[in-house]
Design a binder for this molecule. Structure first.
Ligand SMILES: [Ca+2]
Length: 443
């Protein structure tokens, strides 16, 4: 399904990294007490530009009008008819302004959060205030304290800045070996950026997926930014042409959360000593964070297929978006040590040993969610194959009925990120070229 040339075993362009892997050849975590970090000063000499290799091919107009199935807590705790079994999803109906809402508030037998109580705290309808064009396969956005945006480009391995609507190249992250869905992906700004000036990056290298940190700071009077030498803090996350995960984000507890993919290794997600198909929780130095559910282990939750969206709600609960296989994309509420089912189950089958998704999209043609952001009590998800932005009202531990915005108006959406001024920045993923959509939520 992937375009030619998207294999994961593309030759490395840079020299070998000097750090010993944190995992064995099967991607199993190898605790090494007292490990010291080694700075990677190897510069890449990447040549050429990779093809766009979609996480999930887009099929315009594909699929029936399947609607997201919404699961309130009551529907997720015990055995019973599956949400996608006897109950057909509701069709959708266009309501104008680029939004699509369900024709009915819910399907009998499928519990939903109370729409009334949720709607009251929902931000205004997102509207595109402006667009900034000129990016190529952008993946992640972070904002510096002065409002400057820093954006990663997956296949070019470049970090770009956007200031006053103008795009500039900051520099290339060395050691990135793009291929398939891999490349330069997630970004996270240090919570101590004011003093340490550090940016964390997740990328696909020659042998694995890894995380580095690099100083990024003003170059001087010109207002530009410059990069320091990256330091690898975590490595050994297995790679493949697809399912590389890639989202990283600091939580309210100050630890770095990492969404990984199963890297086409179905045995990894249920193995708590393998890094694939997990959410990891790390210190700023790349060690397992204190209080993790399994001793001296970076794993925070398991049984995931491919996590590319992480966000916390106002009460500090972690929600994640996750690609399903041919069915059942998911929005999950994360519990430390929780098992989210893959590859044994997907969606919300009500199996006691697995945690059900809060929202299930039966049709991956309508979703395939990558980035996730929570604004107030509303989750926003960027949909790749679905070519839209979904909003989902949250109420406590429950999720309400998803609403679609901008369906097939801007193509594939990779990420959504809240800017300091309250606007939402969405990145397209079309490669012809790509844009930032700056969305106003004020109504
Ligand atoms: Ca699941």
């Amino acid at each position: 399904m992937l375009p030619a040339g998207c294999g994961a075993d593309r030759a490395a362009h840079g020299g070998p990294l000097t750090e010993r892997p944190t995992t064995d050849r099967y991607g199993h975590w190898q605790p090494r007490p007292g490990r010291t970090m080694i700075t990677d000063r190897t510069r890449s000499t990447r040549a050429g530009t990779s093809l766009a290799c979609p996480d999930r091919p887009t099929q315009a107009g594909a699929g029936a009008a399947a609607m997201a199935v919404v699961l309130a807590l009551a529907g997720c705790t015990g055995p019973g008819p599956g949400p996608t079994g006897g109950n057909s999803p509701s069709p959708t109906a266009t309501t104008g302004a680029g939004s699509t809402a369900p024709a009915s508030p819910g399907t009998p037998g499928t519990p939903t959060a109370s729409p009334g109580s949720v709607t009251a705290t929902t931000p205004g309808q997102p509207r595109v205030r402006t667009t900034i064009e000129g990016l190529q396969l952008p993946w992640s956005t972070v904002f510096l304290p002065d409002g400057t945006a820093v954006i990663s480009e997956r296949d070019s391995a470049l970090l770009k800045s956007v200031q006053n609507g103008r795009i500039s190249t900051v520099g290339e992250v060395p050691g990135v070996v793009p291929g398939g869905e891999g490349g330069l992906m997630g970004l996270a700004l240090s919570p101590d950026y004011a003093s340490d000036k550090l940016l964390y990056v997740y990328f696909t290298a020659a042998e694995d997926n890894r995380i580095a940190r690099v100083r990024i700071e003003s170059a001087g009077t010109g207002g530009g930014l410059q990069l320091g030498a990256p330091q690898i803090i975590f490595s050994g996350i297995s790679k493949a042409s697809t399912h590389n995960g890639g989202r990283i984000r600091f939580g309210p507890d100050g630890y770095l959360y990492v969404g990984t993919g199963d890297s086409q290794r179905r045995e990894q997600p249920q193995d708590r000593n393998a890094l694939g198909g997990k959410i990891l929780r790390l210190t700023k130095d790349g060690k397992p964070a204190p209080g993790n559910p399994f001793p001296n282990n970076p794993v925070y939750s398991l049984g995931h297929r491919n996590v590319q969206g992480l966000a916390w709600d106002s009460e500090g609960r972690l929600w994640v978006s996750e690609f399903g296989p041919e069915v059942n994309d998911e929005l999950n509420l994360i519990q430390a040590g929780g098992n989210y089912g893959w590859p044994e189950v997907t969606g919300a089958p009500g199996r006691r040993e697995f945690i059900d998704a809060k929202v299930v999209w039966p049709s991956t043609a309508e979703s395939s969610p990558s980035g996730l952001e929570i604004v107030g009590n509303t989750a926003f998800l960027g949909a790749l194959r679905g070519q839209r932005i979904w909003s989902v009202p949250l109420e406590g531990e429950n999720a309400g009925t998803p609403v679609a915005h901008f369906t097939r108006q801007y193509g594939r959406i990779r990420s959504v990120s809240l800017a300091p001024n309250g606007e939402l920045w969405a990145l397209t993923n079309n490669n012809n070229p790509d844009s930032v959509l700056i969305l106003s939520l004020s109504g």
